[in-house]
Design a protein around this ligand. Structure first.
Ligand code: HEM
Length: 466
């Protein structure tokens, strides 16, 4: 999706098709959302075959839809790709439950992912990012969009307890769920791509749980933790663990890389902001917030109205599908003055809603924020400058905004110029030495490698996104 909107032009909102994939691949959705916020804050669209949905684009309305489960339920699915089909994992999957069940499942997982808890992973994540960045920066020119897709698996794989040899396969599968129409990930039809990916991902986690149960080993990984979670006084069933593991895997893999490519693109377009952040690394946390706002990589989530709801100057009837456009809320000028200006010093950038709002607020936000902060500290610390080396290619997805290709050329900083201002960051030499000291076959979290288990024949259970 084009993140810097083109010149303003008249938009005929009666003609707009918000589910047109071309809009996100080669169009300019921000100009359409601008017009919707101004003229049709509650927008209604009926598809050719009769399915319909309502859209909300203003910041306050988006927060209300995402934040109030009594008016807008998650239990029938939350991803627009499945508009009109009820979620078969409703009431089970973390993402497609409402309180109180949602609170019961989320409460025991959340302490593992707080800002404080994830801090203990910082050194391991930094080493993983350095190992990832070093060869790319050394090569001078590389496709950041393509390469960065592996990063979350490298970072979260060990935390989840997933062996290294499985990462590439899982990245591919999660990408298939997120963008089943993108030529990079499509296998036959969109429906077939989704079905294959859901099946294999749920099955992967199911087999993983079986293995861990028979190993009986102790581990600190997130998936191990899910096995000890109790909801409503009872342990999670294997199916529930598989579905929640699937949610975390998807959540982790499909968002962070796109935020990186969107933010890097903005920094290349604004070299003065790149130079400013590189000169003062204490600006990086705010750069991360502005990058999240700017990219809004999970650009919408869906709910269904529980009863007739008045909102945005109109009424959504009971049972109506409602799409909250996060990408639009994050460019609402009533909240973010001059919203289409990328500004790493914006003083309220942290009000962005890229991680959602309310009970389903992203459980991985502290981990994502830390990963992004470390990535930009290491990139800015290593590279004097960064330029485009080719045309970006946008992901063909309604749901996720990002770039599958973003060729860049970087100029490496002289070793003595690495730490200019701001906080000191761990250097590549240390990271390399630590990595070399790890026992063979283990990851940063120390998880032993276990065999890949893709794919087995089990029925497809979930049709949710993450
Ligand atoms: C830049 C990175 C990320 C972005 C932009 C993002 C965005 C979001 C958003 C908007 C939601 C709310 C969904 C809703 O309201 O229905 C969400 C939920 C969720 N995210 Fe993230 N996410 C990111 C990273 C992560 C990571 C690293 C993880 C895993 C550790 C993760 C796991 C989840 C899970 C499991 C949920 C469901 C929470 C619930 O339903 O209570 N996300 N994310």
């Amino acid at each position: 999706m084009r993140l810097t909107p083109g010149a303003g032009h008249d938009v005929d909102l009666d003609d707009v098709d918000l589910l047109d994939l071309d809009l996100y691949t080669s169009g300019d959705p921000h100009r359409i959302w601008d017009a919707m916020r101004a003229r049709a804050p509650l927008h209604h669209q009926t598809l050719a075959e009769g399915r319909e949905f309502w859209s909300l684009t203003r910041y306050d309305d988006v927060c209300r839809v995402l934040g109030d489960h009594r008016e807008f339920t998650s239990e029938r699915g939350t991803v627009i790709t499945h508009l009109g089909e009820d979620d078969v994992a409703a009431g089970v999957l973390l993402t497609s439950t409402d309180p109180p069940r949602h609170t019961e499942v989320r409460r025991p997982i959340a302490p593992k992912l707080t800002a404080r808890a994830v801090r203990s992973w910082e050194d391991g994540i930094r080493r993983a990012i350095v190992r990832f960045l070093e060869p790319a920066v050394e090569s001078g020119t590389f496709d950041l969009g393509e390469q960065v897709q592996r990063l979350p698996a490298i970072v979260t794989g060990p935390l989840l307890g997933i062996p290294e040899q499985d990462w590439d396969g899982l990245v591919q599968l999660t990408s298939m769920v997120m963008a089943p129409s993108d030529p990079h990930f499509k296998l036959g039809s969109e429906a077939a791509t989704l079905a294959i990916a859901h099946h294999e991902l749920v099955d992967y986690v199911t087999q993983w749980v079986k293995r861990r149960r028979s190993d009986g080993g102790e581990d600190e990984s997130l998936l191990d933790h899910l096995m000890s979670v109790r909801a409503g006084g009872a342990p999670l069933t294997d199916e529930e663990i598989a579905l929640d593991g699937y949610s975390i895997l998807l959540g982790a893999n499909i968002t962070t890389p796109w935020t990186i490519s969107g933010t890097v693109q903005a920094l290349v377009e604004h070299p003065e902001q790149y130079a400013r952040a590189a000169a003062d690394l204490s600006l990086v946390p705010n750069l991360v917030e502005e990058g999240l706002r700017w990219t809004s990589s999970a650009c919408n989530f869906m709910r269904y109205a529980v009863h007739d709801v008045e909102i945005g100057g109109g009424t959504i009837p009971a049972g109506g599908a409602v799409v909250a456009w996060i990408g639009s809320a994050n460019r609402d000028g009533t909240q973010f003055p001059d919203p289409h200006r990328f500004d790493i010093t914006r003083d309220n950038a942290k009000r962005q809603v890229a991680f959602g709002f309310g009970p389903h607020f992203c459980i991985g936000a502290p981990l994502a924020r830390m990963t992004l902060r470390i990535f930009f500290e290491e990139l800015l610390g290593r590279c004097e400058s960064i330029e485009f080396a080719g045309e970006p290619q946008h992901l063909r997805s309604i749901f996720i905004a990002g770039m599958t290709q973003l060729p860049v050329t970087v100029r490496r900083r002289r070793p003595d110029g690495r730490h200019r201002g701001g906080q000191r960051v761990a250097g590549p030499a240390t990271a390399g030495a630590d990595a070399a000291a790890r026992p063979a076959g283990t990851t940063d979290s120390g998880c032993p490698a276990i065999a890949a288990v893709l794919p087995q024949q089990v029925p497809v259970k979930a049709n949710s996104g993450f």
